[in-house]
Design a protein around this ligand. Sequence first.
Ligand SMILES: Cc1ncc(COP(=O)(O)O)c(C=O)c1O
Length: 359
Amino acid sequence: MKRAYNFSAGPAMLPGPVIERLQDEIGNWQDTGMGAMEMSHRGAEFTSIAEKAETDLRDLLSIPESYRVLFMQGGATAQFAAVPMNLCAPGDTADYLVSGYWSRKALKEGARFCQAHIVFDTADNNDTSIPEADQWRQSGTAAFTHYVDNETIGGLRLPGVPEVDSTLVVDMSSSILSAPLKVEDYGLIYAGAQKNMGPAGLTIVIIREDLLNYQHGTIPAVLDYRKMADSGSMLNTPPTFAWYTAGLVFEWALAQGGVEKLAARSQANADRIYQAIDDSAFYSNPVAKKYRSLMNIPFMLADDSLDGLFLEQAAKHGLMSLKGHRSVGGMRASIYNAMPDEGIDALVEFMGEFERANG
Ligand SMILES: Cc1ncc(COP(=O)(O)O)c(C=O)c1O
């Protein structure tokens, strides 16, 4: 099967072996004569698919027993509201680090449900670096501190875990499964599946059990963590196909050697692209080195009138979806776990060729 090197930020590429499994099993999962997307979510077959996906994710991220894994819908955007709805009493304050496009969205939505307090806004430095947490202006009274681990659009990530004085809540939509993490450092981790875990439609929430009991006011049932946990994420019909496919991705990730191995590959691949950018006078990336994303690499051409030609010629080389986000312009290479090393080789080679011909 012909497969492009697809650098889309999400929905993004799935691993080749997962696509092959999907093709094999699409209409006949394990000789049942049914595809996973045709099964009752409450039947024995889908229950086994759902449980295995959770077990494998727990294995990949070493999720402790004291945390629940929820398979939700509504994307990370629904979590922007669900987090304060579930974790704040009326009038409670929540602290927000603002480090780019998605954390601004999270703040705006969160502010509808709590007193949102900004601890730092990287707009001051054009979203190119993040100060250490001891320089953040924490409110001191927050129900939680929210941040985005990896800003998918700006290509800015917060390395390490910030030390804050309240429960840490993190949006890991574009970085989950790309690096080992200590779940215990967080009260709640959430991520849309469509970048590093599977198709769109599924959102993973990993929540410390005690936070399920902290509820005030009226929360729509599908956003209520307690109700979702009590129903095994089957309060209503879950996104079964996305859940099943994410399970295949988790199996694949384990077969790759787990998150440590995937992280080493991501670092090496990102290093190669940044090297290509930094070694040239033609390409640039504005983010301070320490904060550069390993998953989403924005880069500008010295002459933006060449952007269209770059994209056209890249596509002819099978390098797809390199256009930067409309709010930033230029290019962006998203290199989640599914991107083969050959895709990085091909991109770096093409960038060199294009620069020689047009630089
Ligand atoms: C870091 C981050 N947070 C949130 C979102 C919004 O996700 P969704 O479209 O699943 O609501 C995105 C989407 O790209 C993202 O990259």
